[in-house]
Design a protein around this ligand. Structure first.
Ligand code: GDP
Ligand code: MG
Length: 163
């Protein structure tokens, strides 16, 4: 069986765009409207010359009104719990939000192995974006631009080093 990697994060940070970049598909629904991915969505990343791994996209936390208790969030938590590694995706442009803090607290409590992925770092100060999340203290973060396929190879290497 392939190792399983779950994409977790609040809506609109680019999880589905990252899923498509990793699996080289256009399967996952990318949308400006938060919470479009309602349930779990599986694909396979087959990087050239390296091991393959399975990826699961999630709808994340479906907005303030639902929070961590909502149905979509339950799906995201279930995906995180069955995964070998969680890619905790955050938005490098918007910086850390209260919802990110909540998700982080949950991942810590659930003791899920986690790699922080700072997305949307195209055209911004990457180091500043990484610094913004340094206080999360979950080790080295990987900066990517899923939309522009930047940093995806490094992310794959980091992922394969942990699964
Ligand atoms: P999800 O809700 O976390 O699955 O986020 P989506 O993948 O649906 O993306 C939400 C929005 O962010 C869309 O408008 C994407 O085009 C945009 N987006 C995703 N990744 C990037 C990126 O790397 N850079 C920029 N600038 N926009 C991105
Ligand atoms: Mg999505």
């Amino acid at each position: 069986m392939l190792p399983l990697v779950a994409l977790v994060g609040r809506p609109n940070v680019g999880k589905s765009t990252l899923f498509n970049a990793l699996t080289r598909s256009r399967d996952a629904l990318v949308h400006d409207q938060p919470g479009v991915t309602r349930d779990r969505h599986y694909g396979v990343c087959r990087p050239e010359g390296r091991r393959a791994f399975a990826v699961v996209d999630t709808g994340g936390i479906a907005g303030q009104e639902e929070g961590l208790a909502g149905a979509t969030a339950r799906q995201a938590r279930a995906a995180a719990e069955e995964a070998d590694l969680v890619l905790f995706v955050v938005d490098g442009r918007e910086g850390a939000s209260a919802l990110d803090d909540e998700i982080l607290a949950w991942l810590r409590k659930a003791a899920r192995p986690t790699l922080l992925v700072v997305n949307k770092t195209d055209g911004i100060d990457v180091q500043a974006a990484l610094n913004e999340f340094a206080r999360y203290g979950i080790g080295e973060a990987v900066a990517v631009s899923s939309a522009h396929r930047q940093g995806i190879d490094d992310l794959i290497d980091e992922t394969l080093g942990r699964v």
